[in-house]
Design a protein around this ligand. Structure first.
Ligand code: GAL
Length: 336
């Protein structure tokens, strides 16, 4: 009798353990990455290690800046029976259809880095992008509070571009009203494309030789195009130039004096928080780390906005991006 009882308890115990394990093992997360600049591969690396270390299965897809491709890829992810979709949308508005599609399959959606507007989004995790814009404008106006400024924004379909521009204007407006500073170029750049940034600055300088004091480039890729135009007109090192993302080329330009600053965001933290939120959701546990609610035009979305970012310049580059292990010293300083 006693033996039988032990056998039954043993059986029950192993069922609980096995089902407990398999439940953890079976948690499936889909990660759909819309954009394709340098930083996103780092996001994928960090996110992958956090999700797989937690014992969950991860499916990653890269849409390479195509909304249509992202829709197709999410359809494929949904066929794989993912529990939660984490998505950096190509387009913050058009991705609303992707959220509806996921919900039809009973899958909840976390917007990663870029919000999705006008839909019943489940969660949003990003940095304080308006603050990033302010940091770019603050850094340049502190050096040059007067003169002619060009504003090169990101893709207008990416809500972050709009937030960055709001941040720029929070800082610039008083200077403009004081008539000390004028905005001579004010554009959003489709696909955050460096070629387009080159064309805009090159065209402007052809018509206004030497007529530029600073360029607020919304990210390092755009800064790269702007830098090539400045170089063509012999104005590199003379015109201030911002950026964002601490890309290797940008950090090299900062050391050479060809770019004034970049904003380094701790995307490891972003990926870590996103992974733990996705896993809690997938396991049906309450998401306990919500920080605020953000209106996306349809609902108040439970959100986290990280403020772990720093302005990087020649003096602190070593103690930030290098000391943190984000970029290898040899990559930036060209050492053997
Ligand atoms: C933004 C993101 C930036 C930059 C840009 C282009 O949404 O916040 O860090 O990478 O996309 O990919």
């Amino acid at each position: 009798m006693e033996k039988k009882l032990f056998a039954v308890i043993g059986l029950l115990f192993s069922i609980i353990v096995i089902s407990g394990c398999s439940r953890t093992g079976e948690v499936q997360i889909g990660f759909s990455v819309g954009p394709s600049h340098e930083r996103w591969e780092r996001d994928i690396d960090f996110f992958t290690s956090r999700v797989t270390n937690a014992g969950a299965v991860l499916h990653v897809s890269r849409a390479e800046n195509s909304h249509a491709r992202q829709v197709e890829q999410v359809r494929e992810l949904l066929k794989k029976n993912i529990d939660v979709l984490v998505i950096a949308p190509v387009d913050s508005r058009r991705a609303a259809g992707i959220v509806r599609l996921a919900h039809q399959h009973g899958v909840r959606v976390i917007a990663y880095d870029r919000i999705i507007n006008d839909c019943d989004l489940d969660f949003y995790i990003s940095f304080d992008n308006m603050r990033v814009g302010e940091m770019q404008a603050e850094y340049l106006t502190r050096i040059r509070p007067e003169g002619k400024y060009a504003l090169l924004g990101g893709d207008a379909g990416d809500n972050n571009s709009i937030l960055l521009r709001l941040g720029h204007m929070n800082v610039l407006q008083p200077f403009v009203e004081g008539r000390k500073l004028s905005i001579v170029v004010d554009e959003y750049i489709s696909g955050w494309c460096d070629e387009e940034a080159f064309r805009l600055i090159d065209n402007y300088l052809e018509l206004n030789p030497g007529g530029l004091d600073a360029i607020i480039a919304s990210n390092d890729f755009i800064a790269e195009g702007a830098f090539r135009a400045l170089e063509k007109h012999n104005l590199n090192r003379k015109v201030l130039l911002s950026g964002q993302d601490a890309e290797a080329n940008a950090c090299r330009r900062i050391i050479q004096g060809n770019q004034t600053m970049t904003v380094y965001k701790y995307i490891e933290t972003l990926a870590t928080v996103a992974a733990s939120t996705a896993i809690s959701m997938a396991r049906g546990e309450p998401v306990v780390n919500t920080q605020m609610s953000i209106n996306n035009g349809q609902v108040m979305v439970p959100s986290i906005l990280l403020s772990s970012m720093v302005s990087v310049h020649p003096e602190n580059l070593r103690m930030t991006v290098i000391a943190n292990g984000y970029l290898d010293e040899r990559l930036v300083f060209g050492m053997q």
